[in-house]
Design a protein around this ligand. Sequence first.
Ligand code: ZN
Length: 153
Amino acid sequence: MRILREWLARLGKRPSPEAAAAGPAPPAAEAATLRRLLGGHCIMCAGDLAGHQYTMFASAVLGGPDPAPAEPFFRALEEQRWQDAAAFQEWEGARDNAEAFAIRCPAGGSAVLVMHDPYELDHGATALSYKVLTPESGRALAEVAEGRRWQPL
Ligand SMILES: [Zn+2]
């Protein structure tokens, strides 16, 4: 959504309320943001990102008068309790959001990137954390992410 707002700003237009309510960025823009945050290469295989896939498996709203509800979201991610993290599926176009992405390497590894997706146009998305998972944690995450739509990076 932030990316959509950027595009619209470039066109000299304001996002409509309908656009703000539409949800997270479309996959192509989302993948471009992830590629930028990853520096264009995979830290698991040290190759470029061809053949790599991602899916957003959890998200939480950060902005607003009370950011405390997001704390269990970050705690679950920190402790790699993927099922608990995936219980968070919140997203608001008019607030800052945190989004957790599973990244799958064709060499067999997996990683999690947590992105801060700010509402303000002049603040780009940043990576809050980026961790390579152990095979065991990666398998647990794959189970939680099963059935989700994986997108090419
Ligand atoms: Zn890789």
